[in-house]
Design a protein around this ligand. Sequence first.
Ligand SMILES: Nc1ncnc2c1ncn2[C@@H]1O[C@H](COP(=O)(O)OP(=O)(O)OP(=O)(O)O)[C@@H](O)[C@H]1O
Length: 364
Amino acid sequence: MTSNNTKRPTNINGKNPRPESSEQSNSISKSSFNYHYAIGRGGFGKVWKVEMKRTKEFFALKEMQKLRVISKRSVHSVMNERKILETLKANFIVNMHFAFQDRENLYLVMDLKNGGDLRYHIAKNKRFTEVQTKFIAACIVSGLQYVHSNGILHRDIKPENLVFDERGYLHITDFGIARVWTPENSKDTSGTPGYMAPEVIFRQNHGIAADYFAVGVILYELMMGRRPYIGRDRKEIRDQMISRQARVSEIPEGWTMEAVDFINKLIQRKSSSRLGNKGFGEISSHPWLKDFPWKDLSLGALTSPYIPRSQDNFDPRNLGDWKDEIDPTIDLASSQNLFIGYSYDERVFMEVSNAHHKKSLSSF
Ligand SMILES: Nc1ncnc2c1ncn2[C@@H]1O[C@H](COP(=O)(O)OP(=O)(O)OP(=O)(O)O)[C@@H](O)[C@H]1O
């Protein structure tokens, strides 16, 4: 590990979240890494487990094909993710270490979370116990508290974007449609049907309560084995939302009324009466979570009641390739200037990471 005495931030596993200073240069490229195997599949490319040759540290490398990014009109979204990740640094989110590009691809080098995403674990287990669900909820809301306290809305909280580390702590990833929150700019309808809050679906102004709605849907799913509003597409889900307020009506064995109340309050259709609308304080003082050991959680001192098995980071979904066609009219050579600014900048990263990490720890 590092040989100088400068104090660097550590993550909940006590590891340095950045690679060695000897690697600090603009020369980071694909050849700086040994590729192991694909651990995830995104809309523009795969996410790989890689090892930095020089330091032997493991990372997750998110590879995004430029042609695919342009084809899906997502240049803004990938630049946005890179920019936002550069400003965030905390325990319960997946931190970015480097960003670089070559002619064909954009790359994000991120913390490696080895335990698989929550979607994979829901498919495997169908339902979770209340104790497991409470720990999962605490990790997600801790991550969200940090993200929101930096003025950012995630806007795509869903099981695919929550990844376990090997100790069973959950981390938020995929900031592709995250936004700096302002009352005016929050009218677009980005998100994933099923997890999108009604105010997002109906193109109304939205704030942090939209992220907490998604948390409610996830907790409902962990408890009941299905989502509160189910439909084949956005329209069907929207129609259901118009016709009824979903609630947990039957309580599975071993669950408490406090848990049911917590979930019911998160999935409130009306954002002004939704739990979390006034911030994290409302969440942490609800009877279900009021005695939760937040400090120990932030220090990584708790044993998670759900620990992924070592093979859980191998998901056969990652083997397949994309079925959609890339627009053949796109000329990559003349599009290259779309990606100006997508490069690794050590100075910016250092300043941001230190300031933000200190802030995140002191807020727990
Ligand atoms: N840091 C990480 N460690 C481990 N696995 C990860 C990490 N980041 C992403 N993954 C895995 O890769 C998958 C795809 O990553 P991500 O959601 O960031 O891609 P995306 O292109 O933004 O996806 P989408 O098409 O859903 O927008 C995730 O669902 C998760 O399984």
